[in-house]
Design a protein around this ligand. Structure first.
Ligand code: PLP
Length: 384
């Protein structure tokens, strides 16, 4: 039966427990499973690093939401990234990453995997000619985000997928900012989707996790092997919390999008704000591509504020970040509560001095699902 998004979020992988009838998937807090004779597992489970039923439920649910056949869940978004990159690339091979990649992804590639012989080039992946020009005979993967963190850049995923197919490369999409409710990259031609489920998928800032979804059977087999061999798995309680959060993803994303549209419009007309980065604004360079591939424009808004002439460009941005009352100054994003942060000094500090350095006057908002009037008033008061 073909079902809608919320039906899948609430039911996929989550049949009532066959033993007790428990409507909610139990937290299978066990490291090991009794066997009926050597090699005789009762339901295919033998040890929780290899597989655990609570984790399986979440992986199946996320695969269904991303319209993919194989889902994997990890202890964090970064461990999902690391496992995928080490499975898909060999020393001496090359990948393209966004010129404004998430700072943690950049740090992993630049500080860890580069030491292991993986080569990379940061590129503006919205520019297809520049992307094509950056390919090498050893390039095996294009890694993209859309929208990007923290500059809210948009790439045309279908066009990039076509480019990747022509060049016989894998396209991976970090879909953390959009969530599967707003965008499903596999249906646009991507090979793998990655999530930091810490963000919108979990949705309540109470659990860290990551996920991969793919239709590629051979890659899925290698990921299964690598995840068991390396062990970057979430515990059953973390998988359960994420599964609890994902059930309301559609209603949360609608409200995040409503509120972010209100916030972006209010910021765009404020005299101290020099630029608002939100793909829902018609003047955003990626607006058309975003409107084509996303259901709505999401809850993330970044903006730049002018500092007084001669002052450190970060001064005013840091002052605003310290002045809001409802927007909590904190890293991370995608929870029901609104957060504010200074990427240059916080989430993206690892990009300082690199090609990926973010503007010093940039502020990033994760717009929550509180009342929009209160959020707008908080920001306008902080801006002064
Ligand atoms: N990808 C994006 C776009 C992110 O924003 C983050 C974290 O902020 C990650 C990946 C890494 O996820 P985690 O923090 O769950 O390891």
């Amino acid at each position: 039966m073909v079902t809608g998004f919320s039906t899948r979020a609430i039911h996929a992988g989550q049949d009532p427990d066959p033993t007790t009838g428990s409507v909610i998937v139990p937290i299978h807090a066990t490291s090991t499973f009794a066997q009926d004779g050597v090699g005789g597992t009762r339901a295919g489970y033998e040890y929780s690093r290899s597989a655990n039923p609570t984790r399986t439920a979440l992986a199946e649910c996320l695969a269904a939401l991303e319209s993919g056949r194989h889902g994997f869940v990890f202890g964090s978004g970064m461990s999902a990234t690391d496992t995928l990159l080490r499975v898909a690339l060999r020393p001496g091979e090359h990948l393209l990453i966004p010129h404004d990649a998430y700072g943690g992804t950049f740090r992993l590639v630049d500080k860890v995997l580069a030491g292991w012989g993986i080569e990379y080039t940061p590129v503006d992946l919205a520019d297809l000619a520049a992307t094509r020009a950056a390919l090498r005979p050893t390039t095996r993967m294009i890694w993209c985000e859309s929208p990007t963190n923290p500059l809210l850049g948009i790439v045309d995923i279908a066009a990039l997928a076509e480019l990747a197919r022509d060049a016989q490369l894998r396209l991976v999409v970090d879909n953390t900012f959009a969530s599967p409710y707003l965008q499903t990259p596999l249906t646009l031609g991507a090979d793998v989707v990655l999530h930091s489920t810490t963000k919108y998928v979990g949705g309540h800032s109470d659990v860290v996790g990551g996920a991969l979804v793919t239709d590629d059977d051979e890659l899925a087999e290698r990921l299964t092997f690598a995840q068991n061999a390396v062990g970057a798995v979430p515990g059953p309680f973390d998988a359960w919390l994420t599964l609890r959060g994902v059930k309301t993803l559609a209603v949360r994303m609608e409200r995040h999008s409503d509120n972010a549209e209100r916030v972006a419009a209010a910021l765009a007309s404020h005299p101290k704000v020099t630029r608002v980065l939100y793909p829902g604004l018609p003047e955003h360079p990626g607006h058309e591509a975003a409107a084509k591939q996303m259901r709505r424009f999401g809850g993330m808004v970044s903006f730049q504020v002018a500092a007084a002439p001669g002052a450190d460009p970060a001064t005013e941005a840091l002052r605003v970040c310290a002045s809001t009352r409802l927007f909590t100054l904190a890293e991370s994003l995608g929870g029901v509560e609104s957060l504010i942060e200074h990427p240059g000094r916080m989430t993206h500090a690892s990009t300082e001095g690199s090609l990926l350095e973010v503007p010093a006057d940039l502020i990033r908002l994760s717009v929550g699902i509180e009342d929009a009037d209160d959020l707008v008033e908080d920001l306008l008061t902080a801006l002064g």
